[in-house]
Ligand binder design. Sequence first.
Ligand SMILES: [Zn+2]
Length: 521
Amino acid sequence: MNLALYREFRPKNFDEVIGQDFIVKTLKNQIKTNRLTHAYLFCGPRGTGKTSCAKIFAKAVNCTHSSDGNPCGMCAECVALSEPNTDIIEIDAASNNRVEEIRDLREKVNFPPLIGKYKVYIIDEVHMLTDSAFNALLKTLEEPPEYVIFILATTEIHKLPATILSRCTRFDFKLVPTQLLSEHLKNIFDKRNISYDEKSLYLIAKAGEGSVRDMLSIADSVASYCDYKIDYQSAEKVIGLSDRESIKNILLSISKRDINEIFKAIKNALGMGKNIQILCKEMADFIKNLIMIKSGVTDYAILDIMPGEFKQYADIANLFNIQYLKSAFSKFAEIELDLKYSLNPENLFESACLEMLDYNDIEKNVSKPDTTYKNATANNVDTKSTTNKNIENFEKVEIPNELKDKNFSVQNSTQNSNMNKIWGNVLRKVKENNLFALSNALTTVNKVEEIAHKLIVHTNDSSSYEMIDNKERIDVILKLVKLFDDSIEAVEIEYDKENASTQDIKDNLKDVFKSKIKFKE
Ligand SMILES: [Zn+2]
């Protein structure tokens, strides 16, 4: 269960913002003296209050009864702006980074605010904008209408063009000291009747590493695990400072290429209440240690392990070659940030673990993957890189035997028999591109049909449905389908609830991956 402390305790006015006193004071003064500028830049690490401050600021400039620079929360403007509205516009540049979107913004800028005095644009992760989008934005920043305020927020200031920087009033948000975090947490726990001891409080605050959001997400996990009565031992367990056993188990199962064990090991780790972000960080740290051991480091202090643990680490290090470990390390370091934004962090972590099966040359225990497998690893799904010749070859490919099982009912339908063949090729492509997680999910598909240039993919497995039903994955499938049938314009996944049954995923996986993965019988 998630208590969502972060959402509940998001600051509603400047006085509730933690650890950014200088910024808060300056912003309040600007509001009180009505000396506002048209463009602000909030930069600094994640979870330090940039977006919260931007939202409070957006309300405060419109509030008609503001006191000491804070929005009152009661006046008509404050109330209207707390609901979805057209005057405070939040744009996540990570997903709306194209020039078209900024042009759209530029057009809408011309409509004056409906509720209060100002229309406020909050552009989050602004460094993600493309060059042309930056140029388009710049034109608006140069001559904004009187009633428009821009607040640009970013964690990566160095990626912003100087032309943008020079037009903004800049505020640098700082990491929040552990002491302040711990006081804040104490307040929240008291309000929520969650019991704790001082030591646990400090431990959780420290694990937040300066970010209010991260700390509260960790506090969520700890409180849920301890059923609202936090003790140090459990907190330590969830935060994982002393528990490296679960990481070892995950890596061991990966070295054996045993999918059952991989899922079991991840489930065990998370079942202990461990926060997934911490698990990922530990995974990266653990792998970093293995790389150092492989490189000849033997100093316990540098490795940050106990003397007695060295042999255990060395044994695991011996299972992998260094190149393999380096790829794995980058992968987990890379998804650490994504996990924080992901709606389904567990899936992301699982697929990263499964992806480790793609890397070649686990040193022991495993027969070397064949060459076609190796070549496939180098290719990503990209229709452009697939030559026509390749497509011809694929069209000649028969439906793989493993797909001709009884669950795959498409074969009975004559009108869709061509679709059946195409689907077989699509599955083959998915496998060749080593999209393991997707491939797993697609093994539960029991029917595909074409209706008016739309490919409907049916599954009776709810978790596969959830896994596939996301724009990115649907796009991948569409791309692949188009390789074989250009007339298909859309792909849709449908969950056949009435036929829902628990499929023997293990059998399906065995069919799909054949020799690549060993199962315990
Ligand atoms: Zn107000």
